[in-house]
Design a binder for this molecule. Structure first.
Ligand code: SF4
Ligand code: MG
Length: 309
Protein backbone atom coordinates (compact mmCIF):
# COMPACT_ATOMS: atom_id res chain seq x y z
CA UNK A 1 0.00 0.00 0.00
CA UNK A 2 1.36 3.31 -1.09
CA UNK A 3 0.09 6.37 0.74
CA UNK A 4 0.97 9.72 -0.79
CA UNK A 5 0.38 13.15 0.76
CA UNK A 6 -2.85 12.14 2.45
CA UNK A 7 -4.58 14.92 4.35
CA UNK A 8 -7.77 14.79 6.33
CA UNK A 9 -9.24 18.04 7.59
CA UNK A 10 -12.49 18.36 9.48
CA UNK A 11 -14.49 21.52 9.81
CA UNK A 12 -15.24 22.79 13.29
CA UNK A 13 -16.98 26.16 13.65
CA UNK A 14 -15.78 27.04 10.17
CA UNK A 15 -12.18 26.31 11.04
CA UNK A 16 -10.15 23.53 9.54
CA UNK A 17 -9.01 20.94 12.03
CA UNK A 18 -5.96 19.30 10.53
CA UNK A 19 -6.48 15.80 11.86
CA UNK A 20 -3.95 14.38 9.40
CA UNK A 21 -1.48 16.64 7.65
CA UNK A 22 0.52 15.16 4.80
CA UNK A 23 0.84 11.48 5.56
CA UNK A 24 3.24 9.42 3.42
CA UNK A 25 4.07 5.76 3.80
CA UNK A 26 4.68 2.63 1.77
CA UNK A 27 3.70 -0.62 3.45
CA UNK A 28 5.14 -3.78 1.90
CA UNK A 29 3.26 -7.04 1.52
CA UNK A 30 3.50 -9.12 4.69
CA UNK A 31 4.84 -6.22 6.71
CA UNK A 32 3.51 -4.79 9.97
CA UNK A 33 3.87 -1.08 10.49
CA UNK A 34 3.07 0.17 13.98
CA UNK A 35 1.47 3.60 14.15
CA UNK A 36 1.90 5.23 17.54
CA UNK A 37 0.88 8.47 19.21
CA UNK A 38 -1.29 9.89 22.01
CA UNK A 39 -5.04 9.87 21.60
CA UNK A 40 -6.22 12.61 19.29
CA UNK A 41 -3.01 12.65 17.24
CA UNK A 42 -4.84 11.47 14.13
CA UNK A 43 -3.80 7.84 13.98
CA UNK A 44 -7.33 6.38 13.79
CA UNK A 45 -8.15 8.97 11.15
CA UNK A 46 -5.13 7.78 9.16
CA UNK A 47 -6.31 4.18 9.52
CA UNK A 48 -9.79 4.97 8.26
CA UNK A 49 -8.74 7.38 5.53
CA UNK A 50 -6.19 5.09 3.90
CA UNK A 51 -8.83 2.39 3.41
CA UNK A 52 -11.45 4.96 2.44
CA UNK A 53 -13.80 4.51 5.36
CA UNK A 54 -13.32 8.27 5.48
CA UNK A 55 -12.97 10.36 2.34
CA UNK A 56 -9.63 12.19 2.20
CA UNK A 57 -9.23 15.96 1.92
CA UNK A 58 -6.25 15.42 -0.39
CA UNK A 59 -3.75 12.79 -1.45
CA UNK A 60 -3.62 9.39 -3.10
CA UNK A 61 -3.58 5.82 -1.87
CA UNK A 62 -2.52 2.99 -4.16
CA UNK A 63 -3.36 -0.55 -3.15
CA UNK A 64 -1.67 -3.13 -5.39
CA UNK A 65 -1.22 -0.36 -7.92
CA UNK A 66 -4.83 0.85 -7.96
CA UNK A 67 -5.71 4.32 -6.76
CA UNK A 68 -8.44 3.57 -4.24
CA UNK A 69 -9.65 7.17 -4.11
CA UNK A 70 -10.64 6.90 -7.76
CA UNK A 71 -12.70 3.73 -7.36
CA UNK A 72 -16.41 3.74 -8.20
CA UNK A 73 -18.82 2.47 -5.54
CA UNK A 74 -19.00 -0.98 -7.11
CA UNK A 75 -15.23 -1.27 -7.24
CA UNK A 76 -14.98 0.07 -3.70
CA UNK A 77 -17.16 -2.80 -2.55
CA UNK A 78 -14.68 -5.18 -4.16
CA UNK A 79 -11.83 -3.45 -2.33
CA UNK A 80 -13.58 -4.18 0.96
CA UNK A 81 -12.75 -7.85 0.47
CA UNK A 82 -9.05 -7.09 0.40
CA UNK A 83 -8.87 -4.38 2.99
CA UNK A 84 -10.41 -4.66 6.46
CA UNK A 85 -10.34 -3.04 9.88
CA UNK A 86 -10.39 -4.35 13.45
CA UNK A 87 -11.68 -1.78 15.92
CA UNK A 88 -10.42 -0.76 19.31
CA UNK A 89 -13.37 -1.44 21.49
CA UNK A 90 -14.69 -4.99 21.24
CA UNK A 91 -17.60 -3.91 23.49
CA UNK A 92 -18.80 -1.17 21.21
CA UNK A 93 -17.98 -2.60 17.79
CA UNK A 94 -20.10 -5.76 18.00
CA UNK A 95 -23.87 -5.43 17.68
CA UNK A 96 -25.25 -6.71 21.03
CA UNK A 97 -28.44 -7.98 19.41
CA UNK A 98 -26.71 -10.15 16.83
CA UNK A 99 -25.56 -13.71 17.37
CA UNK A 100 -21.88 -14.39 16.81
CA UNK A 101 -22.81 -16.45 13.76
CA UNK A 102 -24.38 -13.38 12.16
CA UNK A 103 -21.69 -10.95 13.25
CA UNK A 104 -18.99 -13.11 11.67
CA UNK A 105 -21.20 -14.20 8.75
CA UNK A 106 -22.49 -10.75 7.82
CA UNK A 107 -19.60 -9.87 5.48
CA UNK A 108 -20.32 -13.13 3.62
CA UNK A 109 -23.98 -12.05 3.24
CA UNK A 110 -23.08 -8.57 2.04
CA UNK A 111 -20.80 -9.99 -0.63
CA UNK A 112 -23.10 -12.96 -1.33
CA UNK A 113 -20.28 -15.41 -0.79
CA UNK A 114 -21.98 -18.15 1.20
CA UNK A 115 -25.34 -19.11 2.61
CA UNK A 116 -26.98 -21.95 4.51
CA UNK A 117 -24.73 -24.86 5.34
CA UNK A 118 -21.76 -23.38 3.56
CA UNK A 119 -22.03 -20.17 5.58
CA UNK A 120 -22.27 -22.15 8.82
CA UNK A 121 -19.15 -24.07 7.92
CA UNK A 122 -17.25 -20.97 7.00
CA UNK A 123 -18.23 -19.27 10.28
CA UNK A 124 -17.12 -22.37 12.23
CA UNK A 125 -13.82 -22.30 10.35
CA UNK A 126 -13.32 -18.62 11.15
CA UNK A 127 -14.09 -19.14 14.84
CA UNK A 128 -11.55 -21.97 14.94
CA UNK A 129 -9.00 -19.77 13.28
CA UNK A 130 -9.18 -17.20 16.07
CA UNK A 131 -9.17 -19.77 18.88
CA UNK A 132 -12.92 -19.88 19.56
CA UNK A 133 -15.17 -22.87 19.21
CA UNK A 134 -17.93 -23.36 16.64
CA UNK A 135 -20.36 -23.81 19.56
CA UNK A 136 -19.92 -20.12 20.28
CA UNK A 137 -21.78 -19.27 17.07
CA UNK A 138 -25.21 -19.26 18.71
CA UNK A 139 -24.32 -16.92 21.53
CA UNK A 140 -24.43 -13.15 21.91
CA UNK A 141 -21.53 -10.73 22.47
CA UNK A 142 -22.33 -10.09 26.16
CA UNK A 143 -21.61 -13.74 26.92
CA UNK A 144 -17.94 -13.24 26.09
CA UNK A 145 -14.93 -11.67 27.77
CA UNK A 146 -13.13 -8.68 26.26
CA UNK A 147 -10.41 -10.84 24.75
CA UNK A 148 -12.95 -13.24 23.24
CA UNK A 149 -14.92 -10.35 21.78
CA UNK A 150 -11.79 -9.06 20.14
CA UNK A 151 -11.29 -12.55 18.67
CA UNK A 152 -14.82 -12.30 17.27
CA UNK A 153 -13.98 -8.91 15.76
CA UNK A 154 -10.90 -10.45 14.15
CA UNK A 155 -12.89 -13.43 12.82
CA UNK A 156 -15.30 -11.00 11.21
CA UNK A 157 -12.44 -9.05 9.63
CA UNK A 158 -11.01 -12.29 8.24
CA UNK A 159 -14.30 -13.51 6.74
CA UNK A 160 -13.53 -12.12 3.28
CA UNK A 161 -9.91 -13.31 3.26
CA UNK A 162 -8.41 -9.83 3.25
CA UNK A 163 -4.83 -8.97 2.41
CA UNK A 164 -4.49 -5.81 4.44
CA UNK A 165 -5.90 -5.10 7.90
CA UNK A 166 -5.92 -1.87 9.84
CA UNK A 167 -5.76 -2.91 13.49
CA UNK A 168 -7.06 0.21 15.23
CA UNK A 169 -5.88 -0.16 18.82
CA UNK A 170 -7.14 -3.76 19.00
CA UNK A 171 -5.62 -4.33 22.43
CA UNK A 172 -5.96 -0.95 24.16
CA UNK A 173 -9.27 -1.81 25.85
CA UNK A 174 -8.02 -5.20 27.08
CA UNK A 175 -6.33 -6.33 30.28
CA UNK A 176 -2.56 -6.47 30.00
CA UNK A 177 -2.63 -10.26 30.46
CA UNK A 178 -4.93 -10.63 27.44
CA UNK A 179 -3.06 -8.16 25.23
CA UNK A 180 -0.19 -10.54 24.52
CA UNK A 181 -2.62 -13.29 23.50
CA UNK A 182 -4.28 -11.08 20.92
CA UNK A 183 -0.93 -9.84 19.61
CA UNK A 184 0.25 -13.44 19.27
CA UNK A 185 -2.95 -14.42 17.51
CA UNK A 186 -2.53 -11.56 15.03
CA UNK A 187 1.08 -12.63 14.41
CA UNK A 188 0.08 -16.24 13.79
CA UNK A 189 -2.69 -15.23 11.43
CA UNK A 190 -0.27 -13.00 9.58
CA UNK A 191 2.12 -15.89 8.98
CA UNK A 192 -0.64 -18.28 8.05
CA UNK A 193 -2.44 -15.96 5.66
CA UNK A 194 0.29 -13.60 4.47
CA UNK A 195 -1.49 -10.58 5.94
CA UNK A 196 -0.20 -7.03 5.99
CA UNK A 197 -0.99 -4.84 9.00
CA UNK A 198 -1.13 -1.25 10.02
CA UNK A 199 -1.15 -1.68 13.78
CA UNK A 200 -2.31 1.39 15.68
CA UNK A 201 -1.52 1.92 19.37
CA UNK A 202 -1.16 4.78 21.83
CA UNK A 203 2.04 3.54 23.41
CA UNK A 204 5.10 1.60 22.35
CA UNK A 205 4.97 -1.30 24.80
CA UNK A 206 3.28 -3.95 22.64
CA UNK A 207 3.86 -2.35 19.28
CA UNK A 208 7.54 -3.13 19.31
CA UNK A 209 6.82 -6.86 19.48
CA UNK A 210 4.53 -6.96 16.50
CA UNK A 211 5.94 -4.28 14.20
CA UNK A 212 8.65 -4.47 11.57
CA UNK A 213 8.70 -0.70 11.40
CA UNK A 214 7.20 1.95 13.66
CA UNK A 215 5.84 5.33 12.73
CA UNK A 216 5.26 7.95 15.42
CA UNK A 217 2.69 10.70 14.98
CA UNK A 218 2.03 13.88 16.90
CA UNK A 219 -0.83 16.29 16.31
CA UNK A 220 -1.59 15.06 12.80
CA UNK A 221 2.05 15.00 11.73
CA UNK A 222 4.53 12.19 11.14
CA UNK A 223 7.48 12.72 13.47
CA UNK A 224 9.61 9.58 13.18
CA UNK A 225 9.80 6.34 11.19
CA UNK A 226 12.28 3.49 11.35
CA UNK A 227 12.58 -0.23 11.88
CA UNK A 228 11.33 -1.30 15.27
CA UNK A 229 14.80 -2.11 16.59
CA UNK A 230 16.43 1.26 15.87
CA UNK A 231 13.40 3.18 17.01
CA UNK A 232 13.65 1.46 20.37
CA UNK A 233 17.40 1.61 20.75
CA UNK A 234 18.08 5.05 19.28
CA UNK A 235 14.96 7.17 19.07
CA UNK A 236 15.75 10.50 17.40
CA UNK A 237 12.74 12.70 17.94
CA UNK A 238 12.22 14.20 21.43
CA UNK A 239 8.60 13.05 21.34
CA UNK A 240 9.57 9.44 20.57
CA UNK A 241 12.16 9.61 23.35
CA UNK A 242 9.44 10.66 25.79
CA UNK A 243 7.03 7.94 24.62
CA UNK A 244 9.74 5.33 24.92
CA UNK A 245 10.77 6.45 28.40
CA UNK A 246 7.25 5.60 29.58
CA UNK A 247 7.55 1.95 28.54
CA UNK A 248 8.46 -0.24 31.52
CA UNK A 249 11.67 -2.23 31.11
CA UNK A 250 11.37 -5.84 32.31
CA UNK A 251 15.03 -5.93 33.46
CA UNK A 252 15.25 -4.12 36.85
CA UNK A 253 19.01 -3.54 36.49
CA UNK A 254 18.48 -1.36 33.44
CA UNK A 255 17.63 2.21 34.36
CA UNK A 256 15.93 4.57 31.98
CA UNK A 257 15.04 8.08 32.93
CA UNK A 258 11.37 8.86 32.58
CA UNK A 259 10.79 11.94 30.44
CA UNK A 260 7.56 13.54 31.54
CA UNK A 261 5.98 15.77 28.95
CA UNK A 262 4.67 19.02 30.37
CA UNK A 263 1.27 20.31 29.37
CA UNK A 264 -1.34 18.86 27.06
CA UNK A 265 -1.43 18.19 23.36
CA UNK A 266 -2.40 21.55 21.80
CA UNK A 267 -5.70 21.84 19.95
CA UNK A 268 -5.43 20.79 16.30
CA UNK A 269 -7.60 23.83 15.50
CA UNK A 270 -4.79 26.13 16.60
CA UNK A 271 -1.61 24.07 16.20
CA UNK A 272 1.68 25.74 17.16
CA UNK A 273 3.60 27.46 14.36
CA UNK A 274 6.73 25.73 13.08
CA UNK A 275 7.21 22.41 14.83
CA UNK A 276 3.90 21.16 16.26
CA UNK A 277 5.74 19.60 19.21
CA UNK A 278 7.59 22.75 20.28
CA UNK A 279 5.23 23.71 23.15
CA UNK A 280 6.22 20.51 24.95
CA UNK A 281 9.78 20.05 23.74
CA UNK A 282 12.62 20.79 26.12
CA UNK A 283 15.04 21.12 23.19
CA UNK A 284 12.96 23.78 21.42
CA UNK A 285 15.04 26.48 19.73
CA UNK A 286 14.17 29.74 18.05
CA UNK A 287 13.93 28.15 14.62
CA UNK A 288 11.38 25.62 15.92
CA UNK A 289 8.72 28.35 16.17
CA UNK A 290 9.56 29.76 12.75
CA UNK A 291 10.00 26.79 10.46
CA UNK A 292 8.27 23.48 10.22
CA UNK A 293 11.03 20.84 10.34
CA UNK A 294 11.42 18.82 7.15
CA UNK A 295 11.14 15.07 6.97
CA UNK A 296 14.71 13.76 6.67
CA UNK A 297 16.50 10.45 6.48
CA UNK A 298 18.93 10.96 9.37
CA UNK A 299 20.33 7.43 9.41
CA UNK A 300 19.77 4.64 6.93
CA UNK A 301 16.01 4.06 6.70
CA UNK A 302 15.50 6.08 9.87
CA UNK A 303 13.51 9.25 9.29
CA UNK A 304 12.46 12.12 11.48
CA UNK A 305 11.23 15.70 11.30
CA UNK A 306 13.16 17.75 13.84
CA UNK A 307 15.52 20.75 13.67
CA UNK A 308 18.03 18.98 15.92
CA UNK A 309 19.07 16.90 12.92
FE1 SF4 B 1 11.86 20.02 19.57
FE2 SF4 B 1 12.50 21.79 17.71
FE3 SF4 B 1 12.81 19.19 17.23
FE4 SF4 B 1 10.40 20.26 17.36
S1 SF4 B 1 11.95 20.69 15.84
S2 SF4 B 1 11.04 18.37 18.28
S3 SF4 B 1 10.67 21.78 18.96
S4 SF4 B 1 13.89 20.41 18.76
MG1 MG C 1 -8.21 6.17 18.07
Amino acid sequence: MEIQHVKKYFLSNNRAVKAVDDFNLVIAKGETVGLVGESGCGKSTVGKTIIRLLEPTAGEVYFEGTNIYKLSHTKLKELRKDVQIVFQDPYASLNPRMKIEDIVGEPLDIHRLAKGKQRKERVAELLNLVGLSPEHANRYPHEFSGGQRQRIGIARALALEPKFIVCDEPISALDVSIQAQIVNLLKELQEQMGLTYLFIAHDLSMVKYISDRILVMYLGNMVELSDSQSLNSEPLHPYTQALLSAVPIPDPTVKRERIVLEGDVPSPIFPPSGCVFRTRCKHAMEICALEKPKWKEVKESHFTACHLY
